[in-house]
Ligand binder design. Structure first.
Ligand SMILES: NC(=O)C1=CN([C@@H]2O[C@H](COP(=O)(O)OP(=O)(O)OC[C@H]3O[C@@H](n4cnc5c(N)ncnc54)[C@H](OP(=O)(O)O)[C@@H]3O)[C@@H](O)[C@H]2O)C=CC1
Ligand SMILES: CC(=O)[C@@H](O)[C@H](O)COP(=O)(O)O
Ligand SMILES: [Mn+2]
Length: 387
């Protein structure tokens, strides 16, 4: 019997929350998948451990200061070692790779994702900032290069799963659920004094620091409406956000006949990660099952755009288009980094983003170079606004 050709996987950001869970999923399915490449930025020790365990063809580390250590520690193994952000983008386009999981955080994911798309790879997309910054360009490139983008983000995976088998049946609206984050019930007055340590305690999901702060400020949901627009080709009016604090319904689709389909499950990213790798098939898992006996109520609320202004900014940026979502993202990356160091307050994050959006140069039809320039300039502008 001929051996099944295993799918070759590149994980960009293997040391992070999504990356480590993806390695777990792939380790359970090593009859179907082989890890071709893994990458990180600073966590060289974990990258070495992962490389020794999974023995990929290549590893790349963004921060070049770790190159010597990485090379030395793997010198007894036939693993190619690279360093520098450009090498991560090169890993993404390697010929044997079938699927690239983009699990880097923030704007840093853009260039490697573009390279992978240009090389016609299937993209398992976790790095939502790529679509926030340059959604139009990414969709054009994906179409030109016949590169499929499969969402990993739980809400978008839920929508993708609801759409499976629906062919061209018209969609009326997408209903994105939001947990509301750790500050859902806090008053605006209380929000003035919340700390990053409090913001890092997400009620339902265990995630990397940046996305956890975005969830607390609801910028995550703002990014997700923009991500949904590009992934599913809907208009802003067709995207509704509903706060569902239990995070069991991961999102819903309402079709033209009024019927609503939902995807439910435990808040565990391993399921959407695995689905992105195996789509259109589903593999048996032993992930914990949701049990209706243990949860007697699903509740729903409207998002409060006055306390969580970031969501309103994202709707504005999506409507405005051009480089406005890129401006929103760059300003957000800077304020989140400052808030994590407790150098600015929680509510200040939105004030500074609003200011940056008002002051940055708007470009209606940006090229890739315009995005690069916008990102760099808005980072400088935002730091000045913070001062
Ligand atoms: N975590 C989750 O449950 C979810 C995450 N997502 C999205 O997935 C992406 C990853 O999130 P998450 O796993 O939480 O993030 P983490 O911060 O946990 O991990 C980020 C990964 O990217 C690497 N990385 C960070 N910066 C750079 C850089 N400049 N160059 C190269 N590599 C870099 C990190 O390396 P190192 O460890 O060396 O710093 C790490 O491997 C984000 O876009 C997030 O929005 C979406 C839905 C859910
Ligand atoms: C797991 C995942 O997809 C996150 O984006 C999650 O949705 C964050 O939760 P909230 O942004 O809804 O709080
Ligand atoms: Mn999400």
């Amino acid at each position: 019997m001929s051996e099944i050709q295993k799918k070759q996987i590149a994980i960009l950001g293997s040391t992070g929350s999504i990356g480590t869970q993806a390695l777990e999923v792939l380790a359970h399915n090593d009859d179907l998948f082989e890890i071709y490449a893994i990458t990180a930025n600073n966590n060289v020790d974990l990258l070495i451990e992962q490389a020794r365990k999974f023995q990929p063809e290549m590893v790349a580390i963004g921060n070049e200061i770790h190159y010597q250590k990485l090379k030395k520690e793997l010198s007894d193994l036939p693993i190619k070692v690279f360093a520098g952000i450009e090498s991560i983008a090169q890993v993404a386009e390697m010929q044997p790779v079938d699927i690239v999981l983009t699990a880097m955080v923030g704007y840093s994911g853009l260039k490697p994702t573009i390279n992978a798309i240009k090389a016609g790879k299937k993209i398992a997309l976790a790095n939502k900032e790529t679509l926030v910054v340059a959604g139009e360009l990414i969709c054009e490139l994906a179409l030109e290069n016949n590169s499929a983008i499969i969402p990993v983000d739980s809400e978008h995976s839920a929508i993708f799963q609801c759409l499976a088998g629906e062919g061209n049946n018209p969609v009326e609206k997408l209903i994105l659920t939001a947990s509301g984050g750790p500050f859902r019930t806090k008053s605006i007055h209380e929000l003035e004094t919340v700390t990053s340590a409090q913001a890092l305690k997400h009620p339902n999901w265990d995630m990397g620091a940046k996305i956890t702060i975005d969830s607390a400020s609801m910028m995550n949901k703002g990014f997700e409406i923009i991500e949904a627009k590009w992934l599913f080709g809907v208009t802003p009016e067709q995207i509704q956000v509903v706060v569902h604090p239990q995070s069991i319904i991961h999102s819903m689709v309402q079709f033209a006949d009024g019927s609503i389909k939902a995807q439910l499950g435990m808040p565990d990213m391993k399921l959407p990660i695995q689905y992105a790798f195996t789509y259109p098939e589903r593999l048996k898992t032993n992930f914990p099952r949701f049990n209706f006996d243990l949860c007697s109520q699903f509740t729903f609320e409207q998002p409060d755009l006055e306390r969580f202004r970031n969501l309103a900014f994202a709707y504005y940026a999506m409507d405005k288009g051009g480089n406005m979502p890129c401006i929103l993202n760059a300003a957000n990356e800077i304020v989140v980094a400052e808030f994590l160091k407790d150098r600015i307050g929680f509510l200040q994050m939105s004030d500074i983003i609003e200011n940056a959006m008002a002051k940055a140069e708007f470009i209606a039809k940006p090229t890739y170079d315009d995005y690069v320039k916008t990102d760099a300039l808005v980072r400088i502008l935002t730091k000045e606004l913070i001062k």
